[in-house]
Design a protein around this ligand. Sequence first.
Ligand SMILES: [Zn+2]
Length: 390
Amino acid sequence: MFKIIHQGHLFAPEDRGVNDILICQEKIAKIDKDLSHLGKQLEAEVISADGKIVVPGFIDEHVHFLGGGDYEGPAGATTDIEFSSLTTSGITTAVGCLGSDDTARNMLDLMRRALDLEKLGITTYLYTGSFNVPSPTITGNVRRDVMMVDKVLGVKFAISEVMASSSSLKEMAEVAKDSYLGGLISGKKGLIHLHVGKKAQRLEPLFDLLKLTDIPITYFVPTHVNHFEPNVMEHAIQFLKMGGTVDLSAIMDPEAGSLSSLRPDLALSEFLKAGISIEQIALSSDGNVSMPIFDEKGNKTGLFNAGVDHLYHMFLMIVKNCRVSFSDSLKMVTSNVARVLGIENRKGSIRVGKDADLILFNKDYSIDVVLARGRVMVEGGKALVRSYFE
Ligand SMILES: [Zn+2]
């Protein structure tokens, strides 16, 4: 029932120095310099974190639970995500979404997979909708989904995307309003997660939606903005200067086959150079989708499944390459994301009363232990919990 994480260097994400953490079932019960005595009284299981770094579990706000890359045709689309690929990447909370295909894939199947992953041990949420407007839903409309389905935090749809429906601005505004109002009524965020495609308009539809709906800017979160052809970064900086928050996609890396993308660490450096606060930036994987493989001449020779582990690797790139502190880099995958999603009362930081979602890093930042809601999911970097058919 009780566990003690003993003598780890805590980044909560702020630097709190060496501390013990007492876990009672799924929650963090106490944080103090030395809880050995209390641990003995409670007969707590002790996990040594001596010489290790303890951080909040990562929150991945854009994961294709069912697979994606649907425009590569049936043979090129990826399938259900492996549970342990999430936990071994340090992800203890994941938000699932649909992409371009909402015909063969649907919200009920996405919900089923979210429930499966939650049962195995992590925390899952969803966006209702897909690329297209009108949105596919669970209950029949977006407002009802946000109000009535616990797991639904908001809606997703695409702007400036050639693979999406050609919906009018007014239709998009209605969907955004439904999510926002559903959130207000039910006490959730009701955010609007926007896939930004490669059409020349870039974030123009978002600027129009802000004017048309009067929804506060903090409810809109454009993703895949680390793109330079067309130059989405320029519009992203404009949006950030207005007070918005953006999401960078870890798999959008020229080395991973996304040739017109700007690697997230480079995108972050540009934002910081433009005077943007790191509090306004989040990073997600966009993982479990197919990405192209090219030969030296630039010909497409195949596809690979770009996994959620890109989130962890890109986080390390940011730690290594960007002029930001370790705790500030952490915010992009923990506290900033929790705030964007409106789940900061439960997730995104190491505080008494919050979920015991923790990563123990070795000194070289390799992942040693991962706990999700107080249960050990990964030990010595290896998954302890797997679904039957992994
Ligand atoms: Zn995606």
